[in-house]
Design a protein around this ligand. Structure first.
Ligand SMILES: NC(=O)c1ccc[n+]([C@@H]2O[C@H](COP(=O)([O-])OP(=O)(O)OC[C@H]3O[C@@H](n4cnc5c(N)ncnc54)[C@H](OP(=O)(O)O)[C@@H]3O)[C@@H](O)[C@H]2O)c1
Length: 257
C-alpha cells in the first residue's frame, strides 16, 4: 500500500485529492491547520475506504509548521510515495492594497513551503527510486496577476526545472494549473464570484481525476480541462502588454485564482 501526503486536505481541491486517493486504496497523511476538521476527515475516509488516515496539524505559513511536515516526509520508516502541495489562498486587492505581511505570508505558503516540502519528499523518493509530487499552481501563472500569479508562476517554473533535474531517478513532478474551481477559496478571500460565467467553473473531483491521469502519463505541467487549454493557447499568442490590461481589469476581484 502506498502513502500520499496532501497539504490543504480538508477543503476544495485538496479534499478532492484525499477522496480520490483514498478510494484508490492509498493511505493518507492529511495536513491543514484546523485540527477538528482534520480529525473528522480522517475518520470519514478511514471508515469509508478502510485506509489509514494520519493527521498532521501544521500551519505552512510558519517555520515550525513547514518543519513538522518536512520531518514527516523525511521519515524513512513510513515513506511517503506521493506529495500533493496544495495548500494555498488568495489575498483580495491589487498591489499596494494588500498588506506586506499578507504578501509575505502568501510567498511563505506558496513558495517556501512548496520548495522545502518538495525537497524533503524528493530526497527520500530519489533514494527509493520512485515517487511523485503534484504542486498545485494555477492558470494565473500564465498571466500578469500580482503576487498570487507570480507565486504560481514560480511553482510552474520550479516544478518543471526540478522534474528535469530528477528525470531518470524514478521521481515524477507535475505542476497542476486549474482555472476557477468551486471550493472555499473565493469565500475565504472575501472575493465575489457573481461575475464569473458558469462555463468557467471546474469541478474539483473531475479536475483531480484528470490531474492524476496526467501525472501517470508523465506530464510536467497539467492544465486539466479543454476550455482552459484553449484559453491558455490564446494567452500564449496575445502580446504581454494587452494581456496585462485584460488581466488587470478582470483579474483581481473575479479573475482565475
Ligand atoms: N479554487 C480555485 O479557483 C483555484 C484555482 C486555481 C488554483 N487554486 C489553488 O488550489 C489550491 C487549493 O485551493 P482551494 O481552492 O481548494 O482552497 P480552499 O477550498 O480554500 O482550501 C484550502 C485548504 O488549504 C488549507 N490551508 C490554507 N492555508 C493553510 C496554511 N497556512 N497551512 C496549512 N494549510 C492551509 C485549508 O485548511 P485550514 O484552513 O484548516 O488550514 C484548506 O484545507 C491553492 O493552492 C489554490 O491557490 C485554486
Amino acid at each position: 500500500m502506498t502513502t500520499a501526503l496532501i497539504t490543504g486536505s480538508t477543503a476544495g481541491i485538496g479534499a478532492a485529492f484525499a477522496r480520490r486517493l483514498a478510494a484508490q486504496g492509498h493511505n493518507l497523511v492529511l495536513v491543514a491547520r484546523d485540527v477538528k476538521r482534520l480529525g473528522e476527515q480522517a475518520t470519514e475516509l478511514h471508515d469509508r475506504h478502510g485506509i489509514e488516515a494520519e493527521v498532521l496539524a501544521a500551519d505552512l505559513s510558519t517555520d515550525e509548521g513547514i518543519a513538522a511536515v518536512e520531518r514527516r516526509l523525511g521519515d524513512r520508516t513510513h515513506p511517503v510515495d506521493l506529495l500533493v502541495n496544495n495548500a494555498g489562498f488568495g489575498n483580495k486587492g491589487r498591489f499596494l492594497e494588500v498588506s506586506m505581511a499578507d504578501e509575505l505570508t502568501m510567498l511563505k505558503v506558496h513558495v517556501e513551503a512548496v520548495l522545502r516540502l518538495t525537497s524533503a519528499a524528493t530526497e527520500s523518493m530519489r533514494s527509493r527510486g520512485r515517487g511523485g509530487v503534484v504542486n498545485v499552481a494555477s492558470v494565473a501563472a500564465f498571466v500578469p496577476r500580482g503576487t498570487y500569479g507570480a507565486s504560481k508562476a514560480w511553482v510552474v517554473q520550479f516544478t518543471q526545472g526540478a522534474a528535469r533535474d530528477l528525470s531518470g531517478t524514478g521521481v515524477r513532478l507535475m505542476a497542476l494549473c486549474p482555472g476557477f474551481v468551486r471550493t472555499e477559496f473565493h469565500q475565504r478571500a472575501g472575493m465575489g464570484t457573481d461575475n464569473i460565467p458558469n462555463w468557467m467553473w471546474l469541478d474539483a473531483d473531475k479536475l483531480v481525476a484528470t490531474a492524476l491521469d496526467d501525472l501517470a502519463r508523465g506530464k510536467t505541467v497539467s492544465v486539466p480541462d479543454p476550455r482552459y487549454k484553449a484559453l491558455m493557447g490564446v494567452v500564449k499568442l496575445t502580446p504581454r502588454g494587452l494581456l496585462g490590461g485584460v488581466s488587470s481589469r478582470t483579474g483581481r476581484k473575479y479573475g482565475p485564482q
